[in-house]
Design a protein around this ligand. Sequence first.
Ligand SMILES: [Ca+2]
Length: 175
Amino acid sequence: MNGSNYECFCQSGYDLSADRKTCQDIDECTEENGGCTHICSNFVGGFNCSCNDGFQLMNDKKGCKPCPSGTWGKDCQGDCSCLDINTECNETTGCAECPEGYTGGDCHDDIDECVTSDPCDKHATCSNTIGTFKCICDAGFTQYNATVCQGTHMLYTVMVVIYGVKFVHDTSSIP
Ligand SMILES: [Ca+2]
């Protein structure tokens, strides 16, 4: 071979380098965004298109169309069921409102109330459960209601919870 009687060709996605012997990746995204409507991602030997949240790739693998009703998020993988609560579902953020005890775009994530709101009174230990929580009364106390424990002794504390404000009335002075 004297260098003049052969010619190199590259596979698709590659271009011949200046030395005319090696192939180098073509960055298709530099030209017209690779034909992608939204996001063009180059990789060695090719490229692909993807869409912004709230859209899905069309059959041509380049165009993007809005998520079908009932779905949201990246590649429309989010589920708008919102645990059957009839509420608005945003195509990029998901469910606008979740039932009590749940959070997340799909409303499938449990809220750990023991961390977020410390709902139990001082004579109880909070225990998170899926969709809600439990207040487990300390020894010597029994359940008065979901969040309040009262002493089983003569002296006890009544805790009334109204609109999230706690009023503590110590009845120990009452004969
Ligand atoms: Ca919970």
